[in-house]
Design a protein around this ligand. Structure first.
Ligand code: HEC
Length: 213
C-alpha cells in the first residue's frame, strides 16, 4: 500500500477486494490503472498495459448490474381489456414480451457485462414505445394507434427487433408468414372492436400542430 492507502500492484489489489469486498477501492484502482496508462507512454509497455487495463475494467464492471425488469403486476395488462386468444398470447410471449412488457425472461448471458447493459437498454427503449403490461392505462386513441403500429411493424418485419434472433438466439421469435398474419389479424380485429365501442373522434390521435391562430 502507498501512503494514501491505495494498492500498488494487482496482487495487493486482489487481496484487498477479497478482504474488504469494497467496490470503491476497485473503482479507485481502475482510475490508477488508467492514470498510469496515460502517464507511462512507453510504446513497448503500452500494449501490455492497455490489455491489463482493459482486463481489469472488464472484471470490475461484472460487479455492477442494472435492475431487472421483472414485475408481475397484471392490473393494466392488455389481456384485461382485449381478447387475447392463447395462440396470439403465445406469440407475444415468445417474440415480443421480453422487450415490450414488465416481465423479461433473461437469458444466461445477461449475467455478463457489458451485455446486461445492452439488453437493459433494449428493454427500456422497447417499453417506452410499447408496453403490454400497462397497455390499458394509455388514452384510448393511443391504444388504437399502438395496435395500428403493431400491424405495421409486424407486416414490415421490423419487429421482433432483428438483434433478438441474431446468432440463432430466441428461435421461436423467427415468425413464419402465418404467425405474422395471426398477430396482424388479431391487432386489426381489436381495432374494429374499438371502433364499434367508441365514438370515431375519440380514437383519432390529436395532431401535434403549432397553434395556428
Ligand atoms: C429485442 C427487443 C424487442 C423485441 C423482441 C420486440 N421489440 Fe418492438 N421495439 C423494440 C425497440 C427497442 C423499439 C423502439 C425503437 C424502434 O422503433 O426500433 C420497438 C418498437 C416497437 C413498436 C413501435 C412503437 C412506436 O411507438 O413506434 C412496435 C409497434 C413494436 N415494437 C412491436 C413489437 C412486436 C409486435 C413485437 C413482437 C412480434 C416486438 N415489437 C418485439 C424492441 C423489441
Amino acid at each position: 500500500m502507498n501512503d494514501k492507502g491505495y494498492p500498488e500492484n494487482f496482487r495487493q489489489f486482489s487481496l484487498m477486494i477479497v478482504d474488504k469486498k469494497s467496490c470503491i477501492y476497485a473503482i479507485r484502482f481502475s482510475q490508477i490503472a488508467l492514470d498510469s496508462l496515460i502517464i507511462n507512454l512507453n510504446p513497448y509497455k503500452m500494449k501490455k498495459k492497455i490489455l491489463l487495463g482493459l482486463a481489469v475494467i472488464l472484471v470490475l464492471i461484472q460487479f455492477i448490474h442494472p435492475e431487472k425488469n421483472e414485475s408481475d403486476d397484471q392490473t393494466h395488462n392488455i389481456s384485461t381489456k382485449y381478447n387475447v386468444p392463447n395462440d396470439v398470447q403465445h406469440l407475444l410471449t415468445v417474440a415480443c414480451n421480453d422487450c415490450h412488457s414488465n416481465k423479461t425472461v433473461y437469458p444466461w448471458y445477461n449475467n455478463i457485462q457489458p451485455v446486461a447493459w445492452m439488453l437493459n437498454h433494449h428493454v427500456t427503449d422497447g417499453k417506452r414505445h410499447l408496453n403490454f403490461s400497462t397497455f390499458t392505462k394509455l388514452p384510448i386513441a393511443i391504444q388504437n394507434h399502438k395496435l395500428e403500429e403493431i400491424v405495421e411493424t409486424v407486416e414490415e418485419k421490423e419487429m421482433p427487433d432483428r438483434s433478438y434472433t441474431l446468432l440463432g438466439l430466441h428461435k421461436e421469435a423467427n415468425l413464419t408468414p402465418a404467425q405474422r398474419e395471426l398477430i396482424i389479424n388479431w391487432a386489426k380485429t381489436q381495432m374494429v372492436t374499438l371502433k364499434a365501442k367508441y365514438p370515431a373522434d375519440s380514437l383519432k390521435m390529436k395532431k401535434r400542430t403549432a397553434k395556428s391562430q
